[in-house]
Design a protein around this ligand. Structure first.
Ligand SMILES: [Zn+2]
Ligand SMILES: [Zn+2]
Length: 209
């Protein structure tokens, strides 16, 4: 699996195009907005998108989902059902994040711990990592040794937990019990900022003891 990062929205959210190099099938993770830019990257890569995956229902990650799903005629998988508060709260979020009004959606499939999500010949493992939002999920590709962690973990930082339904203890527990067991040399893409590896964060991240 190859990853192309497409920064979207004023929050420079790392929307990612996941490409199965064998079949040229693809999935889009967290299309927060700037849908035209995402569509341009898809046609540049000459891939066929099979589905849209959502880590969590904050607007900078999910705001362009309905528009992109309609443009590509594909299903939406994720986040975990516990993010329904944020999905139903899209109008409230537009005010909170200063976004234009966007279309709400209901996923075709809610995800839960240990689910599998596939496109082309790639199979991703789903980890439920609540704390930043209650229904946040992480996607892991064991074959290419890469993960997409959304706003759970960043290089040198962790996700904010001061939003409604945020929970700092839950976030730390999720990182320690779900992410730390992954290989030290596994590279991850966060929702914002640069990539890192779990081994590096285990040693140097100042927010997790
Ligand atoms: Zn977020
Ligand atoms: Zn974010």
């Amino acid at each position: 699996m190859r990853i192309r990062i497409i920064p979207v929205t004023p929050f420079q959210q790392n929307c990612t195009l996941l490409i199965c190099e064998k079949t040229h099938k693809a999935a889009v993770v967290d299309p927060g907005g700037d849908v035209a830019r995402i569509l341009a990257a898809i046609s540049e890569e000459q891939v066929t998108v099979e589905k849209i995956l959502i880590t969590h229902a904050h607007l900078d990650h999910a705001g362009g989902t309905q528009e992109l799903a309609q443009a590509l005629n594909v299903h939406i998988e994720g986040p975990h059902q516990d993010d329904i508060f944020w999905l139903e709260g899209f109008p409230m979020q537009s005010q909170m994040f200063g976004f234009p009004k966007v279309e709400q959606f209901t996923p075709d499939r809610w995800l839960k711990q240990d689910d599998k999500v596939s496109f082309g010949e790639v199979e991703l493992e789903v980890l439920h990592c609540p704390g930043h939002t209650p229904g946040h999920v992480v996607f892991v590709d064991h074959q290419s040794n890469q993960a997409l962690v959304g706003d759970v973990l960043f290089r040198g930082s962790i996700g904010r937990t001061d939003f409604p339904l945020g929970n700092h203890d839950q976030l730390i527990t999720a990182i320690k019990t779900k992410l730390w067991p992954l290989p030290d040399d596994m590279e991850f893409v966060s929702g914002h900022g640069p990539k890192s590896t779990f081994g590096k964060e285990k040693k140097t991240n100042p927010f997790i003891f």
